[in-house]
Design a protein around this ligand. Structure first.
Ligand SMILES: *[C@@H]1O[C@H](CO)[C@@H](O)[C@H](O)[C@H]1NC(C)=O
Ligand SMILES: *[C@@H]1O[C@H](CO)[C@@H](O)[C@H](O)[C@H]1NC(C)=O
Ligand SMILES: *[C@@H]1O[C@H](CO)[C@@H](O)[C@H](O)[C@H]1NC(C)=O
Ligand SMILES: *[C@@H]1O[C@H](CO)[C@@H](O)[C@H](O)[C@H]1NC(C)=O
Length: 387
């Protein structure tokens, strides 16, 4: 078997190029009768961050389908039916919604050779990007590309087209008259620009009449990354930092080593002396040494927070993001009560199953982007640290 290809889902953010790092963590508003209502945001920090990924819904368009994506999320284990936790199951074509293409998508030998989404360069997927408006009366031909006069040094361009005006990504029925690159448009880009990340606002970068041939122009060199199905409405044209991770942006995080002889109790938490003001901490534990995330068999003796450890963190620190190196932030014996301590305030986000081996202890920018799964209580995530 060859490796799995293509990236499933991808979440993507734009932030103003000269950004500071504080991000609001307000995640709910309270109504009069105190039923909390979640805020669903597209724009954060007063327009400093734009979420340009579409949320996954049953009615979103799917390639060549009349009736949209359809059901992709189930709740096989639910609290209403006696389970300890709600736990969704997801099944989704990898090229659904906002997504990225790897070279193996249309070049079989690249597929066989393993050019999958895991090999895509995060350097290309993260950095300054230009958002441009394309003339509305044409597909993206060589002539159109030339007319855009994109400076040579620009490496990432998001093309907003008639697709956004026509709201094609909000229609269940797939519309083959969408705008995309023609073959000569794609070739012109490859030959005459330094662009390595091409973003478009419908499911395919190539217009339907040039579907394969235009893709091949891009894939050939394996240097260009295609990001499709972007949500570019209401974003001003201009220069941003784009963060494009097969998975929301957060700021600095501290990676700490936890003593190896204990679960994460109140006492351990206290001993770590994490300064006030630190909002994101990634806890590396015995789980990493034991390589538990690399073992097939689930091991319930993993290290995690005890109930008093979780309560201590919630009460005595400013930590809003808790990262851990196994599948649960709570140790097995305190699975539910420790989670409840974290969830109660609805302010703390748990990121579980991190791969923290061989990362030096210290301060990083953590970029953690969950998929926009409407109605799901969890999501696979792509998480990276940047020094
Ligand atoms: C768990 O799932 C049920 C659906 O069975 C839902 O009504 C309930 O609100 C969920 N509970 C939580 C804590 O998310
Ligand atoms: C709970 O179980 C009942 C009976 O097995 C089933 O009909 C129902 O769909 C289940 N509900 C959820 C949310 O799983
Ligand atoms: C773009 O090309 C498609 C066919 O691939 C066509 O249906 C559509 O009308 C074209 N759009 C424009 C604006 O020319
Ligand atoms: C952590 O707690 C689990 C039970 O939840 C236990 O099996 C494990 O041995 C404990 N680990 C340490 C290092 O104390």
């Amino acid at each position: 078997m060859t490796k799995t290809m293509f990236l499933p889902l991808l979440l993507l953010l734009l932030s103003a190029a000269a950004a500071s790092t504080s991000v609001s963590t307000e995640c709910t508003v309270s109504t009069m009768d105190d039923y909390p209502v979640p805020v669903r945001r597209e724009v954060y920090g007063d327009g400093r961050i734009f979420d340009i990924s579409h949320r996954y819904t049953m009615d979103m368009p799917s390639w060549e389908r009349k009736d949209g994506l359809g059901r992709f999320l189930w709740l096989p284990a639910s609290m209403k039916n006696g389970s300890l936790a709600n736990n969704s199951l997801m099944k989704l074509p990898t090229h659904s919604g906002t997504h990225v293409d790897a070279p193996g998508h249309m070049i079989d030998s690249y597929f066989d050779a393993g050019f999958d989404v895991d090999t895509l360069d995060l350097e290309v997927l993260n950095g300054p990007a230009l958002l441009v408006d394309v003339p509305r009366d044409s597909n993206i031909t060589a002539k159109v590309m030339e007319s855009l006069k994109i400076p040579k040094e620009v490496r990432r361009v998001l093309f907003r087209t008639l697709n956004t005006d026509r709201r094609l990504m909000f229609k269940s029925e797939y519309d083959s008259s969408y705008v995309g690159f023609t073959t000569d448009g794609a070739r012109w880009l490859v030959k005459n620009t330094g662009i390595k990340l091409v973003g478009v606002d419908f499911l395919s970068v190539a217009c339907e009449d040039h579907l394969v041939s235009a893709h091949l122009e891009f894939f050939e060199s394996r240097e260009i990354i295609l990001v499709e199905g972007l949500k570019l409405d209401d974003v001003p044209t201009g220069i941003y930092n784009v963060h494009c991770l097969p998975l929301r942006l957060l700021g600095p995080a501290l990676l700490v080593d936890v003593p190896r002889d204990s679960n994460i109790t109140a006492k351990v938490m206290e001993s770590l002396n994490i300064p006030k003001g630190v909002r994101r901490v990634l806890f590396r534990t015995l789980n990493t040494d034991r390589r538990l995330m690399f073992k097939k068999e689930f091991d319930s003796s993993y290290v995690g927070f005890t109930t008093d450890g979780a309560r201590w963190l919630a009460k005595n620190t400013d930590i809003k993001l808790v990262g851990i190196d196994f599948l649960s932030a709570a140790c097995y014996d305190h699975s539910v009560p420790a989670h409840l301590e974290f969830f109660e305030g609805r302010e703390i986000i748990l990121v579980e199953g991190l791969k923290l081996d061989n990362v030096p202890v210290g301060i990083f920018n953590v970029h953690c982007l969950p998929l926009r799964l409407l109605g799901s209580e969890g999501s696979p995530i792509r998480c990276i640290l940047i020094k």
